[in-house]
Design a binder for this molecule. Sequence first.
Ligand code: AR6
Length: 174
Amino acid sequence: MGIRLVLGDITEQRVDVVVNAANSSLLGGGGVDGAIHRRGGPEILAECRALRASRYGGGLPTGQAVATTAGRLPARWVVHTVGPVYSAAEDRADLLASCYRESLRLAEELGARSVAFPAVSTGVYRWPAEDAARVAVRTVRGVTTTVCDIRFILFSEAVYAAFDRALADPPSGE
Ligand code: AR6
């Protein structure tokens, strides 16, 4: 399994799965969620609405993931995951790790070989990039998966640099 970093826009990635940093309503929003729905077109929202009607009337819980079509994106599926809102008072790292684990599990179930992740929770949900990057890299490294191409697509130089540092740390964290 290979992990790499890309500075850029996740909606331009040619991959099997694009992961979306969604919210539990699955009805879209700003940030990467807004970009994915805008570029992917209305088919994605239609499937999100159907998922709400059938399985997630109460919303998709934080840390979980569901798949839809990728619409017009150059990908096969969008996997929507809900990151935790950052809290200085409560350790929610397990929930953030769960987003990456559950997304990869679902991608593998779909037969995906390549997956592009955004830096979940580092925007509207205010998670400090340095810490979010450590959680993301540690979690992905710890998963055994048939997905062979894992990319983190970082939208800003600062978040890219945080992931670069996390990736430079030895897997054991020593
Ligand atoms: N490609 C890659 N990364 C992007 C892009 C893009 N096109 N656009 C933004 N980012 P955010 P969250 C980065 O706020 O913190 C939404 O409204 C961004 O710079 O998209 O998990 C949802 O509906 C940041 O580093 O997601 C939820 O309500 C990272 O993606 C809420 O925001 C995540 O920022 C979720 O908040």
